[in-house]
Design a protein around this ligand. Structure first.
Ligand code: SAM
Length: 239
């Protein structure tokens, strides 16, 4: 038995097996503290203190490569520099920094954790990137406050929402609805997830979205089976 991981962090992943959701009702989906606001408030409060002390931005969820692979896709898809881009659940804002350094000029990050918002703003400021908007906002109740985005990026946020111990099913539905509302027609959605397989994501984002492509992610072998530790998919908003 071998477990190969090309250096990507899967910390925080619940390692739900492929068929888990088929076997269980949606309610039985594993929940955890990673789905609570308290967890993220606490985590980013600590990361904010560390950043202020030693300038370390903290955890890059799923590793640097998880950002580069989306950026490579954006280059190939010729997403223009002035495209309106939303980072859903931006955390420390590291993706916003990468996007800005890559030349993107119309960037917004949101997060429901005030400590995350403060951290992301501090990280951007330290990089001299003053033209990026970061808002404290719950994506599930952002009612029409956000709209007209060309590209929405999610790295680990739909996962976190899926792990919420309360209102998990409702949360997932609200997420899909909010995403439909904020994206322009033909806008793109780039999701990186460690809790859902490609098939489950295709199923979740079927109505109102068209699958564009899968970005290749490192594979592992375990017990004679081969799988991916994360799924990275691109969807397009369609009517
Ligand atoms: C696994 S972290 C990923 C952070 C960041 N995207 C990254 O890749 O480093 C999940 C993030 O989602 C945020 N989040 C969870 N639920 C949210 C919601 N309903 N609205 C906005 N942000 C949310 C958390 O505060 C946290 O920053």
């Amino acid at each position: 038995t071998s477990m190969e991981d090309a250096g990507e962090s899967t910390r925080g992943c619940e390692n739900i097996s492929d068929s888990e959701e088929d076997r269980c009702s949606e309610n039985d989906f594993g929940t955890s503290k990673l789905g609570t606001k308290e967890f993220w408030d606490d985590a980013y409060q600590k990361e904010l203190e560390t950043f202020n002390d030693i300038g370390d931005v903290g955890e890059i969820w799923f590793g640097e490569e998880s950002m580069s692979r989306v950026l490579r896709w954006m280059d190939k898809a010729k997403i223009p520099e002035n495209a309106a881009i939303l980072d859903i659940g931006t955390g420390n804002g590291a993706f916003l920094v990468e996007l800005a350094k890559h030349g993107y000029k119309n960037l917004t990050g949101i997060d429901y954790s005030p400590a995350s918002v403060e951290l992301a703003r501090s990280v951007l400021q330290a990089e001299g990137l003053t033209d990026v908007t970061v808002k404290e906002m719950d994506f599930l109740s952002c009612q029409k406050e956000l709209k007209g985005f060309d590209v929405c990026i999610d790295k680990g946020t739909f996962d976190a929402i899926s792990l919420n111990p309360v209102n998990t099913n409702e949360g997932k539905r609200q997420y899909v609805q909010a995403l439909k509302d904020v994206l322009k027609d033909n806008g793109f959605f780039a999701i990186t997830s460690c809790n859902w397989t490609k098939e489950q994501l295709l199923d979740r984002f079927s109505e109102g979205f068209e699958f564009v492509q899968e970005l290749s992610t490192p594979t592992f072998q375990f017990g004679g089976k081969t799988g991916n530790s994360v799924a990275a998919l691109i969807f397009k908003r369609v009517h």
